[in-house]
Design a protein around this ligand. Structure first.
Ligand code: NAD
Length: 479
């Protein structure tokens, strides 16, 4: 079984205690992982601070960019190894893991390619005043990430921060920490100076709490649940540092009767089946106009029935959930929902064919869902789709916006005016029209409205997230 250390100041650091990472496809132990705590976080923050003061933030942007693009090349070199490791650690199907690795490489390529074009502005004031802005790094940034897309989210949050000139401490989730550690090693191989990226695995209430409450960090990026997001926000308030919160979602696909259903159905199904529904932006609600309801639900059901289920490395359509606890949680939602909705398909853990030991859950379809029920309001994080009908556009908009979350809204219609109306009215950070997701969306700013959080990752916007703006005003001597 693999044993891992923490990665601090360019060195592998053993910890006194460890924890076990399990393979969700089999329930078997996969790796014994260093259990970093306050001492390791202190050490990592100190290493990041001295790497920052030793000059990473002052390295020419073009040079930082070259190193980040080398990281992208190394991720691509190790694509198969990384994908297999990610698939075993998270249970996700191999093709999904490969796609995640490809997106991780794109983050390093994108930010490595754009950082030397991240200009400030000159501001016209008067002939006697020269005013301009500078984008400066914060210094040390903390990054706490979830288990659902470890290599992708590590790269999404760390690549722009490194590009801007910050030095980072990354705390991966205890359920799936392995590829984040590999990423740290690849960054060193690519020439990132020691201490610029430190990776400290550990438990949330130990390493995570130590990092979010640390007086030595200047910015925190948190991706995870609403509950922990609240804790992290309180912890950062103590030191008055900015925090970017990327939290959960309860995102709707809104399907109007004039939509191209043949195109929509596979994409709608994928939006909830991908990663077994354990995606912040999962399309977990389906709002359908009355006239299209029967045809759409039948087509979704037909595709759900054809879904193959199995261990991630065998590359099925649907892998297991991350843990037994997560499967119990999903089962609990399903049992409560059965009182307020019509269970059309699934609702149980599949058995047989080698599925008994892993944490599998069947594709589950609820129809006639009461929009106030917990299955329509709360993040289930499983392959569970809740269908609710609507009759006209105002009702669709009202239902779409009627949760605490606001991550993604998708609208399916041939009518441009309806699509635009919904896009403008949607209270969410992203709107998709006749599509869902966009190949990882590296270039597209991403983040939440309402309780899905605030701050933006991805795209050019992330360079602003991870930098602070300085305005310089110079009074010119009279000529
Ligand atoms: P989680 O909130 O349980 O854990 C996230 C991270 O926080 C982990 O690294 C964990 O160890 C750490 N943590 C736990 N307790 C902590 C504490 N007290 N102090 C500091 N850190 C602590 O979330 P999860 O179960 O790993 O991930 C699923 C959640 O993440 C879902 O809600 C999902 O929607 C969300 N998510 C959001 C996005 C996005 O971009 N908006 C992306 C992926 C996942």
């Amino acid at each position: 079984m693999e044993q891992t250390s923490a990665l601090i100041d360019g060195k592998e650091i053993a910890t006194e205690r460890s924890f076990t990472s399990f393979d969700p496809s089999t329930g078997e132990p996969l790796a014994e992982v260093a259990r970093g705590g306050k001492a390791e976080i202190d050490r990592a923050v100190a290493a990041a601070r001295s790497a920052f003061e030793n000059g990473w933030g002052r390295t020419a942007p073009a040079e930082r960019g070259r190193i980040l693009r080398r990281v992208a090349d190394l991720i691509r070199r190790d694509r198969e190894d990384l994908a297999l490791l990610e698939s075993r650690d998270t249970g996700k199907p191999l093709k999904q893991a490969r796609a995640d690795v490809d997106v991780a490489a794109r983050y390093f390529e994108f930010y490595g390619g754009t950082i030397d074009a991240f200009y400030g502005q000159t501001i016209p004031v008067s002939d006697e005043i020269l005013a301009y802005t500078l984008h400066e790094p914060f210094g040390v940034t903390g990054h706490i990430i979830p288990w659902n897309y470890p290599i992708q989210i590590s790269s999404r949050t760390v690549a722009p921060s490194l590009a801007v000139g910050n030095c980072c401490v990354l705390k991966p989730a205890e359920e799936a920490p392995l590829t984040a550690l590999r990423l740290g090693a690849l960054c060193l191989e690519a020439g990132l100076p020691p201490g610029v990226l430190n990776v400290v695995p550990g438990l949330g209430e130990e390493a995570g709490a130590a990092l979010s409450g640390h007086a030595g960090i200047d910015h925190l990026s948190f991706t995870g649940s609403l509950e922990v997001g609240r804790l992290v926000q309180k912890a950062t308030a103590e030191h008055v540092i900015p925090v970017a919160l990327e939290l959960g979602g309860k995102s709707p696909n809104i399907v109007f009767a004039d939509a191209d259903l043949a195109t929509a159905v596979p994409i709608i199904v994928n939006s909830i089946i991908q990663n077994a529904g354990q995606t912040c932006s999962a399309g977990s609600r389906l709002l359908v106009q009355d006239r299209a309801h029967d045809e759409l639900v039948a087509a979704v059901r037909e595709r759900f029935e054809a879904i193959t289920i199995g261990p991630g490395p065998q590359d099925p359509d649907l892998g297991p959930l991350i843990s037994e606890a997560q499967r119990d949680r999903v089962q609990g939602f399903v049992e409560r929902a059965a009182k307020s909705a019509e269970l059309t398909l699934g609702g149980t853990a599949p058995t047989g064919d080698g599925l008994d030991r892993g944490f599998f859950f069947s594709p589950t379809l609820f129809d006639r869902v009461d929009p106030d029920a917990s299955i329509a309001q709360e993040e289930v994080f499983g392959p569970v789709l809740a269908v609710t009908r609507f009759s006209h556009v105002d009702e669709a908009i009202r239902l779409a916006n009627a949760t605490d979350y606001g991550l993604v809204t998708a609208v399916w219609t041939r009518d441009v005016a309806t699509a635009h109306r919904v896009a403008r009215a949607a209270r969410s950070g992203q709107v998709y029209i006749n599509t869902y997701g966009a190949g990882g969306g590296v270039e597209l700013p991403f983040g939440g409205f309402k309780r899905s959080g605030y701050g933006r990752e991805k795209g050019f916007e992330a360079l602003s997230t991870y930098s602070q703006l300085k305005t310089v005003t110079l009074k010119l001597p009279a000529s």
